[in-house]
Design a protein around this ligand. Structure first.
Ligand SMILES: NC(=O)C1=CN([C@@H]2O[C@H](COP(=O)(O)OP(=O)(O)OC[C@H]3O[C@@H](n4cnc5c(N)ncnc54)[C@H](O)[C@@H]3O)[C@@H](O)[C@H]2O)[C@H](O)CC1
Ligand SMILES: [K+]
Length: 478
């Protein structure tokens, strides 16, 4: 089962892995042709009703495979309004091949004829709202015809994720949907065939530029929509909370606050004017700080808990009390990690251990990333939280799905890069579900590290990642 958003991400990852969209369209079109052969005998008349997007493009490819049939292609709109290059190229191939085609520019002129089979390729996952013209008139004609109806990917007008139609939709006998079943197809009273179109498993498993699509922001958003992130850390160490908080800003948070011991508050503030630093009494986190911290955290979008906290007993006791009472979203890193397995919490946690910290938490690791993926998935399921286990291949799992991140380089073992990762994960957890937030954070942090390694060769330091995080989140080419 795959949602449209995830499908678009996997599509883009496939392209980055060397399987371009046009190749996927060719596979989709071939799958449509195979489905047609199941529904109609050679020589039968087939009316392809094609829209102006890639859903239409799939059927324009199918037309090339259906040479044993009497095919008529009805393009809904003028060819120059075809919205993607790969669909337009397939239209041009039909023109060059002098295929039997009609261009429907005036819906009142739409004449479906009396075909044996209709291929509904007007709209797929790109549908928005109720069918407009000429798609609405064409959909009514298709529904009124006595022909068998094969829908490409999704019956036109149906939302692939919900199954709802904002009004009129094509009533198909069979749907051939690509790569994986869609959530919205289950309730339709038609047969659904899932066609493999050659998308590599790696496009789903390994993070890639497609995963960044999750960040496409609502342009109407305004300040404060994108995350007010609180870093709770500092004590024995002061750089760590400052790195995490600066990283949260670079990863898109609007505000980055640091709650740290009063004794180091000035030092933490000294790292950057961009941080809003607030001290609590003493020189380390202690249980009597927890009630105030919980109140403060309740008004934030995400918390990053742990950078630089140290492992004093009273600080770990405070971590336990905070996590037990907190019910928001938090990234847990560094010394706070060891507490997570002991605490029963309502919070949504993203834990970011390296492999040694994973073992301290009671998890197991393995040098082989595939074996490690299974171990991490199992441990995440036991914990009930999302794990981002850092390594040459970072393994991310929420106990169900697994994502593996391959960006990054050995130069990133330098101190502080984990704090940068935790801060980025905190900012992303404010706007994305935990699995996506962790996967995108790992991908962008590694990309930032790769960009820094190119700029410096060796001698990379954690602050080099900060100003490169935005590029890592855009998927900028090297
Ligand atoms: N993801 C994959 O693995 C593959 C998907 N394929 C096919 O691509 C479509 C999605 O294509 P896309 O171009 O994004 O959108 P559509 O073709 O579904 O429709 C967009 C098209 O339709 C117009 N439009 C949108 N809403 C309406 C409306 N309510 N009324 C009228 N017209 C509408 C819009 O303006 C655009 O012109 C997917 O379903 C698959 O079939 C790839 O080909 C193979 C791999
Ligand atoms: K369709």
């Amino acid at each position: 089962m795959i949602t449209s958003r995830r499908m678009a991400a996997v599509d883009l990852n496939a392209e980055a892995l060397g399987v371009p969209r046009k190749q996927l369209m060719e596979s989709s079109g071939n799958a449509v042709a195979r489905a047609c052969r199941d529904l109609a005998d050679p020589g039968a008349s087939v009316a392809i009703v094609a829209g102006r997007g890639n859903n239409g493009g799939d059927a324009l490819v199918a037309a090339r495979f259906l040479t044993a049939y009497d095919v008529t292609v009805h393009l809904l709109g003028r060819p120059e309004t075809i919205s993607t290059d790969i669909a337009r190229e397939n239209w041009d191939a039909l023109v060059a091949g002098e295929a039997d085609r009609r261009t429907v520019t005036d819906s009142t002129a739409f004449d479906l004829g009396d075909p044996d089979l209709v291929v509904d390729a007007m709209l797929g996952t790109g549908v928005t709202g109720a069918l407009r013209e000429p798609e609405a008139t064409a959909a009514r004609a298709v529904n009124e015809s006595s022909a068998a109806v094969l829908a490409v990917d999704v019956p036109s007008g149906v939302d692939a994720d919900t199954g709802d139609a904002a009004g009129l939709a094509v009533d198909a006998d069979r749907v051939v949907t690509f790569h994986d079943d869609k959530p919205g197809l289950g309730d339709l009273d038609c047969e659904v065939v899932v066609a493999d179109i050659g998308i590599p498993e790696a496009a789903k498993l390994f993070t890639g530029p497609g995963d960044l699509l999750a960040l496409d922001r609502d342009p109407k958003s305004h300040k404060g929509d994108h995350g007010d992130v609180l870093v709770v850390g500092g004590g024995p160490y002061t750089g760590a909370p400052a790195l995490a908080a600066q990283s949260a800003l670079r990863a898109g948070a609007d505000l980055a606050r640091v709650a740290c011991p009063e004794a180091v508050a000035r030092e933490v503030q000294g790292y950057s004017e961009n941080l809003i630093v607030r001290g609590f009494s003493g020189d380390r986190l202690a249980p009597d700080h927890v009630p105030d911290l919980l109140d403060f955290a309740a008004d934030r979008d995400a918390v990053v808990f742990g950078p630089g906290l140290g492992d004093a007993d009273e600080s770990l006791a405070a971590v336990r009390e905070f996590l037990a009472a907190y019910d928001g979203t938090a990234v847990v890193d560094a010394d706070a990690l060891q507490i997570v397995p002991e605490v029963d919490t309502e919070a949504t946690l993203i834990c970011t251990p390296h492999q040694g910290e994973l073992q301290t938490m009671g998890g197991e690791t393995d040098a082989d990333w595939e074996a490690r993926s299974d171990l991490v998935r199992g441990f995440a399921a036991d914990l009930g939280h999302t794990l981002l286990v850092k390594g040459a291949y970072d393994v991310v799992s929420d106990g169900d799905a697994v994502r593996v991140n391959r960006t990054g380089n050995p130069g990133m073992t330098v101190g502080g890069t984990g704090d940068v990762l935790a801060g980025a994960a905190g900012a992303l957890a404010a706007v994305l579900p935990p699995l996506d937030a962790a996967a995108v954070a790992a991908y962008a942090n590694g990309r930032a590290g790769d960009l820094a390694a190119e700029a410096f060769g060796g001698g990379l330091v954690a602050t080099d990642l900060l100003e490169r995080l935005p590029a890592g989140l855009r998927g900028d080419e090297e």
